[in-house]
Design a protein around this ligand. Structure first.
Ligand SMILES: [Zn+2]
Length: 294
């Protein structure tokens, strides 16, 4: 178990340039009044017929091999606890351990959790981790925000809430349960050598994982909106991220876990406009922000 969790974390971090990763599943527990549109992803391969076919086939195979009914909220929480314990014990991550910061993160987390319309029984805890990369990730109710992300967020509470809400969204929408199914399946197929399976999955599912990322974005935005925050700050964040990315490239997009930040900014601005009637401004690919090359 320790080993598979470590492998999983490595893959998770490798795939995450801004926000965490979760493997595809459309078995959403989410029930809220807003419209979740994925049409904004259609310019990438994520929205095409092949992507959807692979997604459906993978879901069927996964459910045949490891029934999703066996992955309960309680089991997901247990996996989260084991992951947290193993990662700390093996030095895979280091917590910042600042009590005031932990209180700030967990206050935000619990305010967001109270806004859920159909809450799961998953137990959540948020942590600040030592890492300069702008990132956040989650597993089994444990939510990790890096120092790099905290520096970026600074006093922008709306952005912090949207990011934590995004991580909650991955669990509430069943993405993490699908990941646990995949972990169980990989152990069945390959024993401790599950890496091969994960690598294969990563390639096969890269495009439709973008849908999961967007679903988690929408979920987080909806919770944040119910608390009365200005949501446009989140659009600005993704525009800024877009200014640091390479120009749009369809082939590269297929192999990415996450939507290009531009598409993400556009999808979120559309969601905010359609559902909450607020216009976050022209979406001209972050033109007002300085271009950063890497
Ligand atoms: Zn994510």
């Amino acid at each position: 178990m320790a080993r598979i969790l470590s492998i999983f974390l490595l893959l998770l971090l490798a795939a995450c340039n801004q926000i965490d990763r979760a493997i595809g599943n459309d078995d959403s527990k989410r029930k809220d009044a807003t419209n979740y549109s994925y049409a904004c992803l259609d310019s990438s391969l994520a929205g095409n017929r092949t992507g959807r076919t692979i997604e459906r086939a993978t879901n069927v195979i996964r459910d045949l091999a490891v029934s999703k009914k066996t992955i309960t909220d309680s089991l997901e929480t247990t996996y989260g606890e084991a992951f947290h314990r193993d990662m700390l014990a093996e030095g895979g991550m280091k917590l910042i351990g600042d009590a005031a910061l932990d209180t700030r993160l967990n206050t935000a987390l619990h305010r967001l959790l109270e806004q859920r319309t159909d809450p799961s029984g998953i137990r959540y805890v948020a942590y600040a981790v030592e890492d300069t990369v702008v990132n956040a990730f989650t597993f089994g109710g444990r939510i990790y925000i890096t120092r790099g992300m905290l520096n970026r967020v600074a006093q922008d509470e709306a952005l912090l809430y949207a990011i934590i809400g995004h991580e909650v969204g991955h669990s509430e929408a069943g993405h993490i349960k699908a990941t646990i199914q995949d972990m169980a399946l990989s152990e069945k197929l390959f024993g401790n050598n599950g890496t091969t399976f994960f690598e294969l999955k990563r390639l096969l599912t890269a495009s439709f994982n973008q849908k999961n990322e967007l679903e988690a974005d929408y979920y987080g935005i909806n919770l944040t909106n119910r608390l009365g925050f200005d949501l446009c700050t989140v659009v600005t964040f993704w525009k800024e991220m877009a200014s640091r990315e390479n120009p749009y490239n369809k082939v590269e997009d297929f192999f990415r876990t996450h939507p290009f930040s531009d598409a993400r900014a556009e999808c979120l601005a559309g969601h905010i406009r359609t559902n909450f009637g607020k216009d976050c401004g022209a979406l001209n690919k972050g033109a007002s922000l300085p271009q950063v090359t890497r």
